[in-house]
Design a protein around this ligand. Structure first.
Ligand SMILES: [Zn+2]
Length: 275
């Protein structure tokens, strides 16, 4: 299936993908690709990660291009340090009003793997190079969420934690929410071992549908399926979940992939904002 059939719209200068389905919900969003930036190999070319060894000036220029094409105010871009955990940050006006904002959110104290907000204009970002970025939108209460779903945070049900936080903070009903799954490593390329499977078994009753055994103590894990199952268990219906279906490891022409290109590669940055 091509991009058009899946409702994916691609921009190239700078490179990003968006889902037309999600555009209709009153949010702006983008999943960056590696195209249309200024970084040189092995970071070519739209590397948006500062901590991977790339030239910081190139990364800053890439970020400037990316956020300016999206029409997002750089001073309202929120980025936390992702730690493969299950904590969710509520980005409220009080937090944003602090003097150090947004630098504050780059500090090591801000260890989160998901963010939620009802404040228009804040760009919630998720950095990845194989982990799955997931966006959440509640069009009725006008609330959004951004989730970093690698295997560790997925087995801690990070996407459910984000929805619960949207409920606590803003009254969101998961049954009224939509979810979008970005590019990430897929079941075709993500080999895992016994310790991962042990954790997975406790995480999701439908875990068997998310793995394929390939030999003694080895499995292929489908993180997208796992998170779609958890979304379902939390009350988000399947027809409200849109998946780009793209594998970062299969498509290293389009994306950075830690598994396919280690040790040195760049980072994509997905962003979602309420209009
Ligand atoms: Zn693949």
């Amino acid at each position: 299936m091509g991009f058009t059939e899946r409702g994916i719209v691609e921009s190239e200068e700078p490179g990003f993908l968006r889902l037309s389905f999600f555009d209709e919900l009153g949010v702006r969003h983008a999943f960056s690709t590696r195209k249309g930036g200024v970084s040189v190999p092995p970071y070519h070319s739209l590397n948006l990660g500062l901590s991977v060894g790339d030239n910081p000036a190139a990364v800053r220029e890439n970020r400037r291009r990316y956020f300016s094409v999206l029409g997002l105010d750089p001073s309202r871009i929120v980025r936390v340090r992702q730690v493969h955990g299950n904590d969710v940050l509520v980005v409220d006006p009080g937090l944003a009003g602090r003097e150090q904002f947004p630098r504050l959110l780059l500090d090591d104290d801000y260890l989160y793997d998901a963010m939620v907000t009802d404040v228009p204009g804040f760009g919630l970002t998720i950095s990845t190079a194989d982990c799955l970025p997931i966006f959440l939108a509640d069009p009725r209460r006008r609330v959004i969420g951004a989730v970093h779903a690698g295997w560790r945070s997925s087995v801690q049900r990070i996407v459910e934690r984000a929805l619960r936080k949207m409920h606590e903070a803003y009254g969101t009903d998961p049954a009224e929410c939509y979810a979008a799954l970005g590019p990430g490593i897929r079941g075709c390329c993500y080999e895992v071992d016994e310790p991962v499977i042990t954790k997975l078994k406790g995480a999701c009753t439908a875990w068997q549908g998310c793995v394929k055994p390939i030999g003694e103590g080895r499995w292929m894990l489908d993180l997208a399926r796992l998170n779609i199952a958890i979304l379902g268990e939390t009350g988000v219906s399947r027809e409200r979940v849109v998946d780009t279906g793209l594998c970062t490891a299969c498509r290293s022409d389009l994306f950075y992939s830690y598994r396919a290109e280690k040790p040195k590669t760049g980072r994509m940055m997905s962003v979602i904002a309420l209009l």
